[in-house]
Design a protein around this ligand. Sequence first.
Ligand SMILES: Nc1ncnc2c1ncn2[C@@H]1O[C@H](COP(=O)(O)OP(=O)(O)OP(=O)(O)O)[C@@H](O)[C@H]1O
Length: 330
Amino acid sequence: MIELKDVTKRFNLKGSAAKKSKIFNAVNQINLTWRRGEFISVVGESGCGKSTLAKVIAGLTDASEGAISLDREPVHLRSQKERTKWAKTVQVVPQDPYAALNPVRKIRSSLADAFLYHKLVSRHELSHKMEELLEFVGLNARETLDKYPHQLSGGQRQRLVIARALSVNPDFLIADESVSMMDVSLRVEILDYLKRVSKERNLGLLFITHDFRVARYISITGKIAVMYLGHIVEFGQTDEILRNPMHPYTQSLISAVPLIAGRERRVEEVLPKSFEIGTLDERSIGCPFAARCPFAQADCLEQRPKLDSVTSYHQVACHYATARKMLVNE
Ligand SMILES: Nc1ncnc2c1ncn2[C@@H]1O[C@H](COP(=O)(O)OP(=O)(O)OP(=O)(O)O)[C@@H](O)[C@H]1O
């Protein structure tokens, strides 16, 4: 089990000479528990901090504050040795498989690196292990190993980078919008495939997406975390979040998805876009969503709502979510 406790990642946006630089939290005091075998989708608009959160969890960038633990033991990523060890626990499936593969190296050599770097197999066993893994991800090893990345289809490349992530036998897999650039049928194929291999290997799967439909598809039996300006504003079991969204931001995202809500409205129609996403100042004290929220009250600008439990499987960060719900139900 991976646990995040108050994890924050801060960036300094350097301004021009006239403008002061500005510090902001791309990821703000995130608390999250993620178990082996558990599927969690992280959903939010572009720039809300999803990829930064994924990088912090994967150890690709350091948190500015907060702590990560594995099975209740603190995780420290101070040395290369510690990072390499962590990479065997958490692997990332890259967003763009073409960019992730070296175009001038054959698949055999790219894949061998992953095994040999982590000293997982001897040279003697290498070919056999690579063939086994490729077959596991549904690729014909004999036809694949001696090709270059450009000789594979988009779907084959995607399977290959998933295979490479699996080569170290991780317990947790993070997939960052890995289907956003594909056509619909390939998208469904890869999503099904990711779900299947994760289930078969009992992997925790954290899926990063801006698309609620994809989040629902991936983690229908799992959980959804809705992110807004670096904060998780709603979290819980997927069916509960879809049936009973309580945060105005989640409600707007869901109403923008016709498949779920039965009516088509874009997020921009539901919510005014009053400032650039991702520019919440570090010193801001109120609700990150207040400036766009149709229900904001004076105290929403002054007090940041905590992610509080509504039930044991549903949390929301909004001062008025419960009161609004009661009014609607009256
Ligand atoms: N290395 C960096 N230095 C400064 N700012 C950064 C850095 N990386 C990300 N950011 C900023 O942090 C915010 C969150 O970025 P992030 O990429 O995590 O968002 P995202 O939700 O994954 O977006 P997308 O869906 O477009 O990939 C953005 O405002 C981004 O510009």
